[in-house]
Design a protein. Structure first.
Length: 268
């Protein structure tokens, strides 16, 4: 009787472990807007340059439709924006520009426009790295009296054709040394953002209100697989990271099996 009870409990333990292993094997990480890649910040979205990027379409109203492209290379976050516009205003006054405002707490759930929010401005002829020193305000990271640094680059161009389009490209380190003014992003983080587009040459005189699009960027999906990320087990292919998670459970199953054999020998 004692042996039968022991074997029954052993089978229950083994069954539970097998169920857990099945869940771990076939579970998949959540996907977000993000991908691996590197781009040159010259304002020109060259053929093939952003092929691997994640994308999101937007409609800002008034005919301002476009696409946001996102990727990272484990060092920098890369952003590209295409937006329908009949011209690209540059220089002093009211230049066309795209702005990104990021959550300072690096998630997609908190309110925007918090103190310390990281901000990136992309113009046709220059790039600005800014932050929010107070609600509803903006200042350059290196603007007096602040002692930060300008990290990143960007540019914009106008493309003529059947549809007149402005292109903007921006980059920024995922984790710069300017901790007081920049976000610090790592694999697995999700950062919420608000994108503004300003058309300095808009059809309504004096109108320079932002056109807004919001979303979130998942840095996890920007991980580039290592050159040899797989180990082969029983004809199936599992990632090395998943094997690391499974190894203690596999060892426990083996230990229970050995204990069952030893117990059986002692009781017979």
């Amino acid at each position: 009787m004692q042996f039968e009870l022991y074997m029954k409990s052993t089978k229950i333990v083994l069954a539970s472990l097998l169920v857990l292993l099945t869940v771990l094997l076939f579970s998949s990480p959540a996907k977000g807007i993000g991908a691996y890649g590197t781009a040159t910040m010259d304002g020109t979205i060259s053929p093939g340059e952003w092929t691997g990027a994640a994308s999101a379409s937007f409609d800002l109203g008034g005919g301002y439709t476009g696409t946001l492209l996102v990727m990272n290379d484990a060092t920098n976050l890369y952003l590209a924006v295409t937006v329908a516009d009949d011209s690209l205003q540059v220089g002093a006054g009211f230049p066309d520009r795209v702005e990104f405002q990021f959550n300072n707490d690096n998630d997609a759930n908190g309110p925007m426009a918090e103190i310390g929010d990281d901000e990136l401005y992309g113009f046709g002829d220059y790039f600005a790295d800014r932050f929010a020193p107070a609600p509803l305000s903006s200042a350059g990271d290196n603007q007096v009296p602040y002692t930060g640094t300008v990290d990143g680059s960007g540019a914009g161009t106008h493309v003529s054709g059947p549809t007149e389009i402005n292109h903007f490209e921006l980059s920024h380190p995922l984790d710069s040394a300017d901790n007081d003014h920049d976000f610090s992003l790592h694999f697995g983080d999700t950062v919420g953002f608000r994108m503004h587009y300003y058309d300095g040459g808009g059809s309504v005189p004096g109108a320079y209100a932002p056109l807004t699009f919001t979303g979130a960027i998942d840095i996890l999906s920007g991980v580039k697989p290592p050159s040899n990320p797989y180990h082969y087990v029983g004809g199936e292919v599992f990632s090395a990271n998943k094997l690391a998670v499974l190894s203690p459970y596999l060892a426990l199953i083996g230990l229970v099996a050995v204990a069952s054999i030893v117990a059986k020998r002692k009781l017979t």
